[in-house]
Write a protein that binds this ligand. Structure first.
Ligand code: PLP
Length: 399
């Protein structure tokens, strides 16, 4: 037996374990320190009442022989697919059909699994800094030497440049807006350039819009399909995790339009085949929970939580700016991307913030080489602790 050697090409992921280890060690040696974590990448507010009620009801149905449900359809029950279609697409003027939507246990699985339907010799464009799953899953699939890094810097507001005439053409392009970790959002005009590029070169865009719910400006696209021509070049990955606090419940969906045809084959049929073989669907209780997100009470309740996180991020952005830092994001995103002062690396500034303010951030270098010199702060904490952290940062760093 031989192992899949591609796994040996993966770099150890030290980021969050090192953040936690350093924080634990500091807490042990400073027992009186009141540590505030602005490093949290997970939601902290409980599921909203509409979702909880729907789950209770679904549990009762599962307890009764007449309403009990066994294996769910691999793609999702009609009741949830119809809600997603209507609310997230049709209402926004995007014409998709129910069988183009595939319910899943979250965007992370789909980001990784989607690679199964592409040849291993495809070239893959991935931004830097980036959500690490894109790179690692492509390495696992044997595409290590096929990765083309798209550097993203402050000069271009962390938007990757479209490859030029003489650049290598990526077959697969990962884009994520609002972006993790930089908090950047993309305009319609900018995304149109990627869509035109992909259609021209017959590339596929994998559009991760896990944070779309943070967008409140109607001019900023929530979906890649708001861009003309995207149905023939883009797959969209979405999640209920940050939208409705489902990180522990697990539910997301992926859109694969019929118009995506490569090598004379519809990607929709390949993905359907892949999912029906390797995935057995999302639990009935979770699907009812997701359905409740689209009810009028559900919408109102999730918006309250989203506003709460958004306001936290805005407070952080404002606070660090007042303290003299340059910062990005924090508007249509739970993430604030902080430019750290000259003379520090991401990790040495992480230490500085921990020691001087007892505040924990996430070093930008953990998201890629281009993340060096930055620190990610998040709006997922409590209001009181977020304000306290900002006060401490201002006290230490404001000139
Ligand atoms: N995509 C991005 C950019 C993320 O930051 C995350 C989670 O942090 C995910 C996808 C994964 O979401 P899910 O919880 O649906 O797996």
């Amino acid at each position: 037996m031989k192992i899949n050697k591609n796994f040996l090409d993966l770099e150890e992921s030290y980021l969050f374990s090192t953040v936690n280890k350093k924080t634990r060690e500091f807490a042990a040696s400073h027992p009186d320190a009141d540590i505030i974590k602005l490093s949290i990448g997970d939601v902290t507010r409980p599921l909203c009442p509409a979702v909880i009620d729907a789950m209770h009801k679904a549990v009762d149905e599962m307890a009764d022989e007449k309403t009990f449900r066994g294996y769910p359809p691999e793609q999702g029950y009609d009741f949830i697919l119809e809600k997603i279609l209507e609310h997230d697409y049709i209402k926004r003027g995007i014409n998709l059909t129910k069988d183009e939507i595939f319910l899943s246990d979250g965007a992370k699985s789909d980001c990784g699994n989607i690679g199964d339907i592409f040849a291993t010799d495809n070239t893959v464009a991935i931004c830097d800094p980036v959500y690490p799953v894109y790179i690692d899953t492509n390495i696992m699939n044997g595409r290590k030497d096929k990765i083309i890094i798209l550097p993203c810097s402050a000069e271009t507001e962390f938007l990757p440049a479209i490859p030029g005439e003489n650049d290598k053409v990526p077959d697969i392009i990962y884009l994520c807006f609002p972006n993790n970790p930089t908090g950047t959002v993309a305009s319609k005009a900018y995304l149109k350039k990627w869509v035109d590029y992909a259609n021209k070169h017959h590339s596929v865009i994998l559009y991760d819009s896990a944070y779309e719910a943070f967008i409140t400006d109607p001019e900023i696209p929530k979906s890649i399909y708001e861009i003309e021509g995207a149905e023939s070049c883009a797959i969209e990955l979405r999640s209920f995790s940050k939208t409705a606090g489902f990180t522990g419940l697990r539910c997301g969906y992926t859109v694969v339009p019929h118009k995506l045809v490569f090598d004379n084959v519809e990607l929709n049929s390949l993905w359907r085949r892949r999912q029906s073989t390797k995935f057995n669907g999302v639990s009935y209780i979770t699907q009812r929970a997701a359905e409740a997100v689209y009810s009028s009470e559900g919408q109102k309740q999730i918006q309250e939580n989203l506003s709460f996180y958004r306001e936290n991020a805005e407070l952080i952005f404002k606070g660090v700016t007042e303290a003299g830092f340059k910062a990005f994001g924090g508007k249509y995103s739970p993430y604030v991307w902080l430019k750290i002062p000259e003379g520090f690396t991401s990790w040495s500034f992480f230490d500085e913030l921990l020691v001087k303010c007892n505040v924990v951030g996430t070093p930008g270098s953990g998201f890629g080489k281009m993340g060096e010199g930055y620190l990610r702060l998040t709006g997922f904490g409590s209001r009181e602790r977020t304000i306290e952290a900002i006060e401490r940062i201002k006290k230490i760093f404001a000139k």
